[in-house]
Design a protein around this ligand. Structure first.
Ligand SMILES: Cc1cc2nc3c(=O)[nH]c(=O)nc-3n(C[C@H](O)[C@H](O)[C@H](O)COP(=O)(O)OP(=O)(O)OC[C@H]3O[C@@H](n4cnc5c(N)ncnc54)[C@H](O)[C@@H]3O)c2cc1C
Length: 372
C-alpha cells in the first residue's frame, strides 16, 4: 500500500522524565520500522534527563505491578481509572515488562505484586532507557525550560509530559484546563502527634503504617492521603487496629490483666499504652463501649507531610483529551504522564501511567505523520 511521507517534521517533547523518554523511544522505534528519517526530535528539560526516576521505589524503581486484569489494575487510580482502560488495552503492564526486558532490564515480582528490576537499582533503569534512546542517534536532548506554548511555536507536533510540579501555567498557555494540583501518596501531620511512640510500625486491619516525628506515614497513610487529596485540612480519619470482639474474648479469659497488656496482643505495647494513657486498669473494669473504642484509632489530620512518594493529584482535565491523549482544543498537541489528572496508589501504578500513555501517544503522533 502506498504511504505518504512528509518532509522536515519537527517534534518537541517537553519533559525528559520517564514518560517523555519512553514516548521518545517509541516514536523513534516506529519511525525506524517505517524507514522514515525526515524529522527532528527535540526533547526539552529544564533539569537533568530522567532525574526523577532515581528516587523511585526508594532507589529500587517499582516499575509496575503484576495485576493481570486490566480493570482491576485501573482500580488503583483514584483519578483516571476509566480514562486508563483504553490506554492499558493498547499497552499493558506486561507490554511494558516485555519492553524493559528487551532493553536489558530483567524484572522480578515481589509477593505483593510489585515489579522491580532484578538489579534493584533505579539507576540501571535510567541508564538502559537512555542507552536505548541514544541508540537511534536521532534525539536532541536540550537543557531548557519551556515556559509556555510560545517557546515552541515552530514545532509541527508537541508532546507535553513535564510532570506535575509547577506546570499549571504551561498547561494553561495551551488553553487547557488544569485541575489544581494536590499532594497525594504522602505522610500526614496529625494533632497530638507527641503522645504516640515515634518510629513504631503498626500492622492494622486496614494496612501498615508507622508513627513519625510529625504524624503518620507508610502504605496505608499514603493511600489515605491519596483518597483525601481534595479534602480541606483538618479532617478526621479512623484506622481499624484489630477486631473488638477478639479483645472482648481476651478480657473474658484474663479479667485481672491490665487492659493495655491485653491490647498489646494486637498492636505494639508502646502504642497500646499511648491509647489507654492514664486510664489503664484491670480489663474487667473496662466497659464494652470503651473496648470497642480501643480497637479503632481516630486521628485528626492537620496537613500533608513531606515524606512519601508524593505524586500530585490534578493536572490536565481529561475531558479535553481524546482516548489517545491528544488535545481536543489544539491540533498536533498531546499531554501524557503525571501532568494528566491521573494518579495511582503506591505499587508501580504511577510509572505504568507514564509507560502506557507514553506509548499510546508515540503511536498516535507517528500515525498523524505517516498516513498509511
Ligand atoms: C520519591 C518518589 C518515589 C516514587 N516512586 C515510585 C515508584 O517506585 N513507582 C511508581 O510507579 N511511581 C513512583 N513515583 C511516582 C513517579 O516517579 C512519577 O509518577 C513519574 O516520575 C512521573 O513521570 P513524568 O515523566 O510524567 O513526570 P516527571 O517525572 O515529573 O518528569 C517531568 C520532567 O519534565 C521536566 N520539566 C518540568 N517542567 C518543565 C518545563 N517547564 N520545561 C522543561 N522541562 C520541564 C522536569 O525537570 C522533569 O524531568 C515516585 C515519586 C517520588 C517523588
Amino acid at each position: 500500500m502506498a504511504r505518504f511521507y512528509p518532509s522536515n517534521i519537527k517534534i518537541a517533547i517537553v519533559g525528559a522524565g520517564p514518560c517523555g523518554i519512553y514516548c521518545a523511544i517509541h516514536i523513534l522505534d516506529e519511525f525506524k520500522k517505517n524507514n522514515f528519517k525526515n524529522f527532528t526530535l527535540d526533547i526539552f528539560d529544564k533539569s537533568q534527563v530522567l532525574r526523577t526516576i532515581l528516587p523511585t521505589g526508594n532507589g529500587r524503581c517499582n516499575i509496575t505491578n503484576s495485576i493481570d486484569d486490566i480493570k482491576d489494575f485501573a482500580k488503583n487510580y483514584p483519578r483516571g481509572e476509566k480514562f486508563l482502560y483504553s490506554l492499558f488495552y493498547k499497552h499493558s503492564n506486561f507490554d511494558s515488562i516485555d519492553f524493559f526486558n528487551s532493553i536489558g532490564i530483567e524484572t522480578t515480582v515481589e509477593p505483593d505484586g510489585r515489579v522491580f528490576p532484578k538489579s534493584q537499582n533505579s539507576k540501571d533503569v535510567k541508564d538502559k532507557l537512555l542507552n536505548k534512546l541514544k541508540s537511534y542517534d536521532k534525539a536532541n536532548l536540550i537543557n531548557k525550560k519551556i515556559n509556555s506554548k510560545d517557546d515552541i511555536l515552530d514545532y509541527d507536533k508537541i508532546i507535553v509530559c513535564a510532570g506535575s510540579r509547577g506546570t499549571k501555567q504551561l498547561i494553561e498557555s495551551f488553553s487547557h484546563t488544569c485541575i489544581d494540583f494536590k499532594k497525594a501518596l504522602c505522610g500526614l501531620k496529625i494533632e497530638n502527634s507527641s503522645i504516640f511512640p515515634k518510629g513504631v510500625s503498626v500492622k492494622s486491619l486496614d494496612g501498615d503504617f508507622i508513627f513519625t516525628n510529625e504524624g503518620v506515614s507508610g502504605p496505608l497513610i499514603f493511600k489515605i492521603s491519596s483518597l483525601n487529596a481534595y479534602k480541606n485540612f483538618p479532617y478526621d480519619i479512623e484506622i481499624k487496629l484489630f477486631q473488638a470482639d477478639d479483645l472482648i474474648k481476651l478480657v473474658e479469659k484474663y479479667p485481672k490483666k491490665s487492659i493495655s497488656n491485653l491490647i498489646s496482643n494486637f498492636i505494639p505495647k508502646s502504642l497500646a499504652k499511648a491509647i489507654v494513657a492514664n486510664d489503664d486498669k484491670n480489663a474487667c473494669e473496662v466497659s464494652k463501649e470503651k473496648l470497642n473504642l480501643y480497637s479503632k484509632l481516630k486521628l485528626k489530620v492537620l496537613s500533608s507531610a513531606s515524606c512519601g512518594e508524593i505524586v500530585n493529584a490534578g493536572g490536565v482535565l481529561l475531558d479535553e483529551l481524546d482516548k489517545n491523549c491528544k488535545s481536543k482544543l489544539n491540533d498536533n498537541l498531546w499531554f501524557c504522564g503525571e501532568i494528566l489528572n491521573i494518579d495511582g496508589f503506591c505499587g508501580g501504578f504511577n510509572l505504568q501511567n507514564c509507560w502506557s500513555c507514553g506509548y499510546v501517544v508515540a503511536k498516535d503522533v507517528v500515525s498523524s505523520i505517516i498516513k498509511k
